[in-house]
Design a binder for this molecule. Structure first.
Ligand SMILES: Cc1ncc(COP(=O)(O)O)c(C=O)c1O
Length: 347
């Protein structure tokens, strides 16, 4: 990021599963000036922890959710004609003017106004409304994580003149577009502020190795070996007997399962670190337990720490590795860690 670019820390979905409040606090210590979420209730929750932070709700809001967002003194996104009138009507019930960011759909095909003239008209209406403050103009990229894809440049080219026009209407309004991939990929997309989520958690927006961009994963998912059992050849582990010991072996039982976010698709399709070594996850992932094959001779004992995501000894299992096995993206892996898993901060 350039020196004059602000960082908006995206901490929606409980900080991508990491825990919103501690991540928001860490991000602000690291220089973030705005916290972004998707839903009004997320802003309401953050406001309890951060009385003075700038909060931005990026998602679509119902009338009731506008009330929740404005009560939390959050900034909100507008694009649909008429929505800014609703915000304007409601704003006087709250202390300040409602701060809104007009959203251009430059090609994502999701939220935002497609037509530049229509969006600029909304920006004019907002700027002439005493109950509203035009705080920003923004867009979102569809293919920033696909390096070499021309569509990214097309979206940037479509957004830049819209941003210029809105800036002329409201001097000092914040222009923002870049997510993590765009931030790493192209400084031309940075404008006044970047909105980073995935990279801030040390995960790779390009779905490869975070180290490629000097990113360090912030999260580890840990469990422990609750029991170690002798299996004779042919003995099975778990529901449906999807794995049977090919030879006499030892099996470790870990008290973590899909109820915690270890997806069932990892049945017979993952590895777990114990004592710094990788062991295959065998059998079907249950709601509360998984089993790993420790081999015919083992020194692993009940109580041994186990790592499903993260480093142990000299080895490391990345969220990207699990995403690859499940044919999904790292975002879904960490967002999928359920509320049952206690989040602990370590320095
Ligand atoms: C509108 C918007 N901006 C920014 C982000 C952050 O994206 P990333 O996590 O890829 O940095 C998101 C996340 O999906 C988003 O929806």
């Amino acid at each position: 990021m350039g020196e004059r670019t602000e960082l908006c820390a995206v901490v929606k979905a409980n900080g991508y599963g990491h825990g919103a409040a501690p991540c928001a606090a860490a991000a602000m210590r690291g220089g973030a000036t705005v916290l972004a979420v998707a839903a009004a209730a997320e802003a309401e929750e953050l406001r309890l922890h951060f009385p003075d932070a700038r909060l931005f709700v990026m998602g679509a809001l119902t009338e009731e959710e506008v009330r929740v967002a404005l009560t939390a003194r959050a900034e909100i996104a507008v694009w649909r004609d008429g929505f800014q009138e609703l915000c304007s009507r409601m704003a006087p019930q709250f202390r300040d003017r409602a701060r809104v960011h007009v959203k251009h759909d430059s090609g994502m095909g999701r939220l935002g106004e497609r037509h530049p003239e229509a969006l600029i008209e909304i920006a004019r209406t907002v700027s002439s409304d005493d109950n509203l403050e035009l705080a920003g103009v923004w867009t979102h990229f569809a293919t920033a994580d696909e390096p070499g894809d021309a569509y990214f440049g097309e979206q940037l080219a479509a957004f830049a003149p819209v941003a210029d026009a809105v800036r002329k209407i409201a001097h000092g309004c914040t222009v923002h577009a870049a997510n993590s991939a765009a931030t790493l990929r192209d400084p031309a997309s940075h404008f006044d502020m970047v909105r980073c989520g995935i990279a801030m958690y040390g995960l790779d927006p390009f779905h490869r190795d975070p180290a490629d961009h000097r990113l360090e994963p912030a999260l580890a998912l840990r469990s422990y070996v609750a029991d170690v059992k002798r299996f004779v050849r042919g003995a099975s582990a778990g529901y449906g007997r999807s794995w049977r010991a090919p030879e006499d072996t030892w099996v470790g039982v870990l008290p973590i399962g899909y109820g915690d976010g270890v997806r069932r698709g990892l049945s017979n399709n993952a590895e777990v670190l114990v004592g710094g070594r990788r062991y295959p996850l065998v059998g079907t992932v249950s709601m509360d337990n998984i089993t790993i094959d420790l081999g015919p001779n083992t020194d692993v004992e009940p109580g041994s720490p186990a790592v499903l995501i993260g480093a142990q000894g000299g080895d490391r299992i990345l969220a990207e590795e699990l995403a690859y096995r499940l044919d999904t993206i790292n975002y879904e892996i960490t967002c999928g860690i359920s509320a049952r898993v206690p989040r602990e901060m370590s320095e």
